[in-house]
Design a protein around this ligand. Structure first.
Ligand SMILES: Cc1ncc(COP(=O)(O)O)c(C=O)c1O
Length: 420
């Protein structure tokens, strides 16, 4: 009798056969999985990722809150919680956001998400169709570019300068679109402690941006992942607050102020839009268990205390980084000290390529982000992004020292006309 299993069957799911069946969205995204970089097997000094300081992760606080939740509300924590998110967390966020935004906000304005990346996803899903125009500041967070692009939207990049989004160029883009009979469906921006530039949009530009948004009926998607991490003085009010909670969806997250591993965030928006974002979800809601645990941390003041402590931790790391940059990289690069967030955007002097500098630093086991990665069109740019949040404070000096040596090598090679 023939053995049916003897001949190995040709694989059914090949890239080619998948190409015939995957959705238009999956085709736009392609097979590449967008994820955190693989850990480097070498002992590296990393300025690569926007990750929180490891020793500051609040495990004891989370453990206490978890225990309290399981003892008190075990059933609700361990069952489905619905697509708006667990009621205690929505209420705790509404109360805390009312204080931060200076607006009375009820929980009907809050939807709990599985992090800001998901929050951006549900907002895009509720708003974007293929062929719609989505405006983005440039440079920006590449994860969001990927999400927006996946909905088939045409991305139009609006340049930034050292004060953030060029609202004059935004106005020109909105006028041109109107002349062409098109309307932008949204503007995605990170006005506070921006990723990657670290810039905070000043109040006057925020107000002008809101005037333009009103005139052109342009919904704003304000990504506030780093808004609470400020040093010295607090940033200007959010676009959400300045618009009375009407024109902007504020995307927020516990990733940077508690832990990225929670996968928990929230969007603030007008109730009708919150409803639409809840309606497009397929995931049965974000974790009620973790949501209730975080609500417990917020309610007892633990989150406010923790954020206060983080500001001091990151301010110290930024001091250390700036001091080291001035000593080791001043000849090759300049930067503007950010008022908050996790990033320094280092402008290399003319003639130095960011990609070559990144490679040279990598050879010295120092990992940095290269500017072109953050532009919709991958433009040539002479910037490096240094995330100072995750690097152990005692490694910052050595990392920047090696970066300075790498920049010196690239500069010497370019001066000799050699390929780097
Ligand atoms: C600007 C910005 N938005 C969103 C995210 C995603 O954050 P989350 O972990 O909340 O999904 C990041 C993460 O680095 C970010 O930098």
């Amino acid at each position: 009798m023939a053995n049916a299993s003897a001949a190995p069957a040709a694989p059914f799911w090949t890239e080619e056969s998948l190409g015939e069946v995957v959705s238009a969205r999956a085709k736009i995204l392609g097979p590449g999985v967008w994820a955190a970089a693989q850990p480097d097997p070498r002992p590296v000094i990393s300025f690569a990722g926007g990750l929180p300081d490891v020793p500051s992760l609040p495990d004891a606080e989370l453990l206490r809150a978890t225990r309290a939740v399981l003892e008190r509300e075990r059933r609700e924590a361990l069952q489905y919680g619905g697509v708006f998110g667990p009621a205690p967390l929505r209420a705790a966020i509404a109360e805390r956001s009312s204080r931060i935004e200076g607006l009375p906000l009820g929980e009907e304005r809050v939807i709990i998400t599985s992090g800001a990346a998901h929050g951006i996803g549900v907002a895009c899903e509720a708003l974007l169709d293929p062929g719609d125009v989505a405006l983005v500041e440039s440079p920006t967070f590449p994860g969001s570019l990927r999400t927006i692009r996946s909905f088939g939207a045409d991305i139009e990049a609006v340049p930034m300068d050292e004060d953030g989004l060029r609202v004059d160029l935004l106005e020109a883009a909105l006028r041109r679109l109107a002349d062409e009979g098109r309307r932008a469906k949204l503007l995605y921006c990170i006005p506070t402690h921006q990723n990657p530039t670290g810039v905070t949009l000043p109040l006057a530009r925020r107000e002008r941006l809101l005037e333009l948004a009103r005139d052109h009926r342009l919904p704003l998607m304000e990504d506030d992942a780093y808004g609470e991490i400020w040093f010295g003085k607090p940033p200007p009010p959010s676009l959400f607050a300045l618009s009375g909670g009407e024109l902007a969806i504020k995307v927020a997250t516990f990733s940077k102020v508690i832990a990225t591993g929670l996968r928990l965030g929230w969007n603030l928006a007008p109730p009708a839009l919150v409803n639409r974002m809840a309606a497009v979800r397929y995931d049965m809601g974000s974790s009620p268990y973790l949501g209730r645990t975080v609500a417990e941390v917020i309610r007892d003041g633990g989150l406010d205390r923790h954020v206060e402590g983080l500001r001091a931790v990151y301010a110290r790391k930024l001091d250390r980084l700036c001091d080291a940059l001035d000593r080791h990289c001043g000849e090759y690069a300049s930067y503007r000290r950010p008022e908050g967030g996790f990033f320094v955007w280092l402008g290399l002097r003319p003639g130095l390529s960011a990609l070559k500098a990144q490679r040279a630093a990598n050879e010295k086991a120092v990992i940095v982000g290269a500017g072109p990665h953050f532009f919709a069109g991958g433009e040539a740019t002479q910037h490096l992004r240094l995330a100072f949040s995750y690097t152990p404070v005692e490694e910052i000096e050595e990392g920047v020292h090696r970066l300075g040596e790498a920049l010196a090598e690239v500069a010497a090679r370019s001066a000799n006309g050699q390929p780097a």
